[in-house]
Design a protein around this ligand. Structure first.
Ligand code: DLL
Length: 435
């Protein structure tokens, strides 16, 4: 297959040249952050490192890490490196109170982010002749905005559908002959099922490629979607803290995602010791924004477990490749594309006068995540009146929806009904087998 690149010079840059480019950017970036972000300057001072110690990308390991806890501490402006009047946008994670991450962008940051998404779109063999249906959520979530911007850059006719409203998605897909679909893999699978139910066979579906990410998905799921829609399905990775989707993207080889490493330098570390691990080792993925202006995180610990490889790729790109994330070092779940921490459920329960005796059960039925929370009634709240139980379940589910942004089904169970564990409580039963 003839290879298409959006920014060929960068995407196929020889290793040594890339290292030089990264080094130049890093030296400038560390100075920018040191001078403009007192929070990070303090971390560097505590570690006894100054911008003068950073002469090339080989010195990166001298810098301190940043974690989600730092983002929380510094919320909302503590890691901002540009005056607010130079910022043009915020985006935010799907998480909520306490865990919310707010990322700021200058126009330059938006531009480089959209370039990354454009690289991902072009890598699927698409061009300005294509019609790109963006069915990721628009709004604070980065999925819609990122792919929308990338699609504009490529010059595709962009359908800014946002997520949900399956009937309308199908109507526009068919009437406007959408050729690229961007959404979460679970929504792609759901759309595929709905299309089938309406009698559309793959040969009647105009799509040729899908760009799916924001949550873990398996090779089996990929094959299922590819077959059902008659397309090639490409993975895309990213996180709000670094920009959003497009930090890494898949090419026609479909053996991992090329990291846009001229903007985001990737390291794999031992999550326990922080030691940088050699290529091919499994560990925690860490990113450094090399040229973002407003929210330039250095050595940000993603908590995603991953492997990096520099094996030659048949697509001609020299950008380092990351494997599909293989899990997380924390307890974050991704349910219907939304990041959920068990501690958020706990907070709701305590706020609502329950004890934190609960169990989350997640499954995937007909390609949609189910999300149930079993909660013990306290002796004080105990009742056997069905009407009261239903009202209490509804009210708890509403409180959880407010906290999480997605709706669980809450089941109240009798006090002491949830098995007590002798060791760590088993809070989550995830039956989805995503890895
Ligand atoms: O999910 C950004 C995104 C939007 C990526 C659209 C791809 C497509 P957050 O909500 O901040 O940002 O969640 C980031 O999602 O640390 C991973 O754990 C997970 N994740 C993202 N992409 C993938 C993927 C967006 N392709 C967190 N495979 C990350 C597995 C993924 N996990």
């Amino acid at each position: 297959m003839a290879q298409n690149y959006y920014q060929k010079e960068i995407e196929t840059m020889p290793r040594e040249e890339m290292k030089k480019l990264q080094s130049e950017k890093l030296v400038k970036q560390v100075k920018h952050v040191y001078e403009n972000v007192p929070y990070y300057k303090k971390l560097m001072d505590e570690k006894g490192v100054t911008p003068d110690d950073i002469k090339s990308i080989d010195d990166l390991h001298k810098l301190p890490f940043l974690s989600k806890a730092d983002l929380r501490d510094a919320y909302p402006y503590g890691l901002l490196a540009k005056p607010l009047d130079e910022c043009v946008r915020i985006q935010s994670t799907s998480g909520t109170t306490g865990r919310r991450v707010v990322a700021f962008y200058t126009q330059h940051d938006i531009d480089l982010w959209e370039d990354c998404c454009a690289r991902a779109i072009i890598a699927t063999g698409s061009s300005n002749k294509d019609v790109c249906q963006v069915a990721y959520g628009y709004g604070l979530f980065t999925g819609g905005a990122g792919l929308n911007g990338g699609s504009h850059k490529v010059g595709c006719l962009t359908l800014p559908m946002s997520s949900g409203n399956t009937e309308r998605q199908i109507q526009f897909m068919m009437d406007l002959n959408a050729t690229i679909l961007c959404c979460t893999p679970s929504y792609a699978a759901y759309l595929a099922e709905s299309l089938k139910e309406q009698g559309y066979t793959p040969d009647k579906i105009p799509l040729k490629a899908g760009i799916f990410g924001a949550e873990p998905w398996t090779e089996e799921m990929r094959h299922g979607i590819e077959e059902a829609l008659g397309i090639k399905a490409y993975d895309i990775y990213g996180l709000t803290e670094t920009t959003g989707p497009g930090v890494a993207f898949e090419c026609s080889e479909q053996t991992g995602m090329h990291v846009n490493e001229d903007h985001f330098y990737a390291e794999i570390i031992d999550p326990d010791t922080g030691e940088v691990l050699p290529e091919g080792s499994k560990g925690e993925l860490v990113f450094t924004s090399l040229d973002k202006e407003a929210f330039p995180l250095l050595r940000y610990r993603t908590r995603d477990i991953c492997v990096l490889t520099r094996k030659e790729c048949s697509c001609g790109r020299t950008l380092v490749k990351m494997a599909k994330p293989m899990g997380r070092t924390d307890d974050m779940l991704i349910i219907r594309g939304v990041n959920v921490f068990p501690s958020q459920i706990e907070t709701v329960l305590l706020n609502e006068g329950y004890q934190p005796n609960y169990q989350i059960v997640v499954d995937r039925v007909k390609n949609t995540d189910t999300f149930e929370v079993n909660v013990e009634m306290t002796p004080e709240k105990f009742t056997d009146k069905i009407g009261e139980i239903i009202a209490m379940e509804k009210s708890l589910a509403n409180a959880m929806k407010t906290m999480l942004g997605i709706n669980p089904t809450v089941h109240l169970v009798a006090p002491k009904a949830i098995a007590r564990s002798e060791g760590k409580a088993v809070r989550v039963i995830d039956k989805r087998k995503l890895i």
